[in-house]
Design a protein around this ligand. Structure first.
Ligand SMILES: [Fe+2]
Ligand SMILES: [Fe+2]
Length: 173
């Protein structure tokens, strides 16, 4: 058994080899490093520009909203697989919110409740819109960041949200 640390969220995965995606934040395998060489982006204080602070706040709000919506959507579906998927997505988005709060040097975010539709199809469409919006925003935030850590962080995150968009696109077909 080895210890792999995710450089995006800082969580440890214990296993024989690195998984394809971080089970906590969804980061791609290239962000999972053996603990002897890992250097998580959120483990040390980063001096943030005003723009990065603003962008991280925008992203934090978005992640908190997504978490609350996915918890709602999990409870609306009568399909166990869809419910489990939304619980998994909610955990991942919550992990993103936690990582953003750490970068901003803020306390752990509190997740409020949110209202969502009663049927899966409407919720899938809403999810796709949220994820597509996150991809666009995080691509821009990665470009705008002047801090190495923030640039890599958003580059890792937009890939994760693009994976979510692809997952939902498949469900809508
Ligand atoms: Fe992670
Ligand atoms: Fe996210």
């Amino acid at each position: 058994m080895k210890i792999f640390i995710c450089e995006i969220c800082g969580e440890a995965y214990l296993g024989t080899e690195a998984p394809s995606h971080c089970p906590f934040c969804g980061a791609h395998q290239n962000f999972l490093k053996l603990d002897s060489v890992a250097s998580p982006l959120t483990s040390k204080a980063v001096e943030l520009s005003e723009l990065s602070q603003q962008n991280l706040q925008t992203a934090l709000t978005l992640e908190k909203t997504a978490t609350a919506l996915y918890i709602c959507m999990a409870h609306k579906s009568d399909k166990p697989g869809v419910t489990a998927m939304y619980h998994a997505l909610a955990k991942i988005e919550h992990e993103h919110a936690n990582a953003m709060a750490r970068l901003l040097d803020e306390p752990k975010p509190v997740i409020d409740s949110a209202a969502c539709a009663d049927d899966d199809e409407a919720n899938f469409k809403k999810t796709l819109a949220l994820e597509d919006n996150a991809v666009q925003l995080y691509q821009r935030f990665a470009k705008e960041a002047t801090e190495r850590e923030v640039k890599i962080f958003f580059a890792g995150l937009w890939q994760i949200e693009a994976d979510h968009a692809a997952l939902i696109t498949n469900l809508l077909q």
